[in-house]
Design a protein around this ligand. Structure first.
Ligand code: AMP
Length: 304
């Protein structure tokens, strides 16, 4: 099934307790497109970069089967830039810089060939732009999944609420769920957020796994305990890419299949954190993915 991915494609500078990078390629849609490409070969990207963005990364996306006809390259302008620094436990980070640059006035043009997509993944981006994408699709996709972050809650809450009301699945982290709902209990937060529109809510808890809420049903998936956690940047986006990629591959949006999709998303995210940026997820092979999935199975399997 065809998947439309929208989100930031960017430069990041990252500092973790294990090291520091100069500007490297990042952005929500970069991680999502790469991760989802391991499940479906029908990934279409809508995003914007400046002419400072490396062509070889775009070529990499193409090698992964990602269609980049909808990636706008703005002459004489700079790509979105984000920098962040992780605390010692790596579960929390501070944003040091957010330079919107080309994202500031991004007009998401959807190529005709991208219309009629079955799945839409709205990666982290200006909420108004996410909304415009939904409005510009001539046919509502079978499933719309949206990610966002506290940055937008702080500067664009009204737009964000409007966009949230238009989607089927929202993915946010625990801190953001609390901020959005004003509730400390994640169960209460989930109930309130579902009242805002999305019938499914995924709350990501970093190394503590992820929760899927749908009405009164709750599913929990752990994160794989790893020897090496080098850089958590993009883990949430990689998770989202694995999640929606698996749904697009299986074309089954039941709650039970979403549980499987969460395990695939978690497996993809477990690779992402092992190196800086997108380094680890650009060249995965099928065996590695298969082995991770079976590690997940063993991790949570027990007989009572
Ligand atoms: P994650 O670690 O999954 O939260 O995602 C990190 C990625 O999100 C980085 O590669 C950033 O380039 C991107 N990012 C950070 N802030 C924003 C923002 N305000 N809008 C869009 N993308 C962002």
């Amino acid at each position: 099934m065809s998947l439309l991915v929208v989100g930031s494609v960017a430069f990041d500078a990252i500092e973790t307790p294990f090291g520091k990078t100069d500007k490297i390629v990042g952005g929500a849609a970069s991680y999502i497109a790469l991760a989802s490409s391991y499940f479906t070969q029908n990934v279409n990207l809508v995003a914007v970069v400046g002419d400072d963005f490396p062509n070889d990364f775009i070529a990499h996306l193409n090698v992964h089967g990602v269609n980049t006809d909808g990636l706008q390259v703005k002459k004489g302008e700079k790509s979105f830039f984000w920098s962040g620094k992780y605390h010692t436990d790596m579960n929390s980070r501070d944003t040091i810089t957010t330079e919107l640059n080309v994202l500031g006035d991004f007009d998401p043009i959807i190529p005709d060939a991208y219309q009629n997509c079955d799945y839409l993944m709205l990666g982290n981006l200006t909420p108004k732009v996410q909304q415009t994408v939904i409005e510009r699709l001539t046919k509502r996709p079978k499933l719309i999944v949206m990610d966002t972050m506290n940055f937008w809650m702080e500067i664009a809450m009204d737009d964000l609420r409007k966009t949230i009301s238009m989607v089927d699945v929202l993915t946010i982290n625990d801190e953001e769920a609390r901020q959005l709902s004003g509730e400390y209990s994640l169960v209460k937060a989930a109930a309130k957020i579902q009242e805002m529109g999305p019938k499914y809510l995924i709350i990501k808890k970093g190394e503590n796994g992820a929760l899927l809420f749908h009405g009164k049903q709750i599913f929990f998936a752990p994160a794989l305990p790893l020897e090496e956690v080098f850089d958590p940047t993009g883990a949430g986006d990689t998770f989202a890419g694995g999640f929606i990629g698996y749904l697009a591959k299986t074309n089954d949006i039941s709650f039970d299949n979403m549980k499987n999709a969460i395990i695939y998303g978690s497996a993809m995210a477990s690779f992402c954190v092992e190196r800086f940026g997108t380094e680890r997820i650009v060249n995965l092979n099928n065996d590695e993915l298969k082995n991770r999935i079976s590690e997940f199975k063993h991790l949570v399997k027990f007989d009572l």
